[in-house]
Design a protein around this ligand. Structure first.
Ligand code: HEM
Length: 464
């Protein structure tokens, strides 16, 4: 009996070695550097997708292996401006088929549609909902939700409470997207009933991300599809929450940026009610610089947006001069590129000023800033870039400007104020104490920051 088991074990081990060995020997990407495990199996990316640190792993792998890295047996990730051009702005490149694994009930949405005509049709419908005109009509509704957010902050400040911003910003973002996309008033900001939804979603997110990074695992979990049926689209707006939490985190730790933004908002407007979409708001250049710097340093979708050669194209795909073998997925990591010091000097420093035009810039300085703009990809680029960019900017600008108008805020005292930060001694790239920590589950998750708010003068009376 023992010998039969031994024989079976030998067979299995030999088979495994043959399969893995042939993957290494016959892999069309074997000339590209990358971690050994990544060459053998999608499990490398899949494991880090579950852990939520694949953005950090991609960043680390670029430091180790250079601007092009093999991240799975059939995936190459790039870290250059030219790759952005060759991949996302290339009409012969399509969204990778693995996006089908993010579908629910196997029904395509604007986000997961792969057929070009189907996508165009869906994108048109979304475009109508968030056209400039619709946004003008929607602005008062968005504003009413932001006012609820401010009133809640006022209550907390009166009770001397520490405010955990991830929950507050997610509730705000959810209530806004509920009204925009479904005309539904979810009232998560003021009522407990539906607050479980972002938690359920956050818990399920890593598995969906794993299905995209390790496609074989998709077969094992039909239960997930039933649990979240149709809800994922509703939560796309929570990316805005990530950006807002990042803004509040870095403002509470950078007194000069805080002071400059406070001064801009408080001198541009005379009343909180004047803060609305229009020239005055778009004229707040430092506000825009703070928002952009926050999305650079903590992109709300920090991973790789995978693409592949359009199945209908016969021409070879060339990225950064590399002829890409058919069937290969390619992409650029948003976190990695936006921390590439070639485009963003001192990439971990929060410096909104880097986005502002200097008084007498030399041609080289102009060129550097133009490249920085090109490498700014939180919404990605091309025909599959974010459809909600304008909504996101409006919501972030109004929320941050109004909060700065009505309140002063600072980091909560003691240990509570550290929530959301990296820490010395942590591994896997989480050891930078002043970096807001993201968990990359396609849409990032996070905690904190914990802040304490003080109403400013008598301005709060406008809110009540
Ligand atoms: C700061 C906030 C946001 C960021 C950083 C962001 C980022 C992105 C990115 C990177 C993509 C491309 C995903 C991919 O290729 O896999 C995307 C797609 C998309 N986003 Fe956003 N997003 C934000 C807010 C929003 C909001 C508020 C909405 C809805 C109103 C929205 C709706 C969409 C849709 C519908 C797509 C799919 C577009 C397509 O495939 O044609 N996003 N977003």
């Amino acid at each position: 009996m023992d010998t039969i088991f031994q024989y079976a074990a030998y067979c299995v081990i030999t088979l495994l070695l043959v399969v893995l060995g042939s993957r290494l020997v016959f892999n069309p990407l074997k000339a590209y550097p990358g971690p050994f495990l990544a060459r053998l199996t999608n499990g490398y990316a899949g494991w880090h997708a579950i852990k939520g640190d694949i953005h950090l792993v991609t960043y680390r792998d670029h430091l180790k292996y250079g601007p092009v890295v093999q991240q799975a047996p059939n995936r190459l990730v790039f870290n250059t401006l030219t790759a952005i051009q060759d991949i996302y702005l290339n009409p012969r490149v399509a969204k990778a088929r693995i996006y089908a694994n993010a579908r629910f009930r196997n029904t395509p949405s604007v986000f997961t549609a792969l057929d070009r005509a189907d996508h165009r049709r869906r994108r048109r419908v979304v475009g109508q909902a968030i056209s400039e005109r619709s946004m003008r009509e929607f602005e008062p509704t968005m504003m009413s939700q932001i006012d609820v957010f401010l009133v809640q902050l006022l209550h907390s400040s009166r009770q001397g409470q520490v405010v955990e911003m991830t929950s507050r910003c997610k509730w705000l973002a959810m209530d806004v997207i509920g009204l925009l996309a479904f005309g539904a008033s979810w009232k998560t900001q003021t009522e407990e009933t539906l607050r479980f939804l972002p938690k359920v979603f956050a818990a399920l997110n890593p598995r969906v991300y794993m299905f995209m990074n390790w496609p074989k695992t998709h077969k094992i979990d039909p239960g997930v599809q039933w649990l979240v049926r149709g809800r994922i689209e509703r939560f796309r707006g929570t990316t805005t929450a990530t950006a807002m939490c990042t803004i509040f985190y870095y403002l509470s730790r950078n007194p000069s940026a805080y002071a400059r933004l406070a001064s801009e908002v408080r001198t541009t407007f005379s009343w909180g009610s004047e803060i609305r979409n229009g020239q005055d708001l778009t004229g707040c250049k430092y506000l825009r610089a703070v928002i952009d710097e926050s999305m650079r340093i903590c992109p709300p979708t920090p991973g790789v947006m995978w693409r592949e050669r359009d199945p209908l194209s016969n021409e070879p795909l060339v990225v950064d001069g590399h002829v890409i073998p058919p069937g290969t997925l390619v992409g650029v990591g948003t976190y990695s590129l936006m921390h590439n010091p070639d485009y963003f000097p001192e990439p971990f420093a929060f410096r909104p000023e880097r986005w502002l035009e200097g008084d007498a810039e030399t041609p080289e300085q102009k060129e550097t800033r133009a490249n920085m703009r090109r490498a700014f990809i939180p919404f990605i680029l091309g025909d599959r870039s974010c459809a909600g960019k304008a909504v996101a900017y409006l919501e972030m600008s109004l929320t941050v400007a109004k909060t700065m108008w009505y309140f002063d805020f600072e980091r909560a005292p003691g240990q509570a104020g550290e929530l959301g930060s990296g820490r010395k001694g942590l591994t896997g790239g989480r050891d930078r104490p002043n970096e807001y920590q993201l968990y990359d589950w396609f849409m990032a998750d996070h905690e904190g920051p914990n802040l304490v708010f003080q109403p400013r003068g008598k301005h709060w009376e406008e809110l009540t």
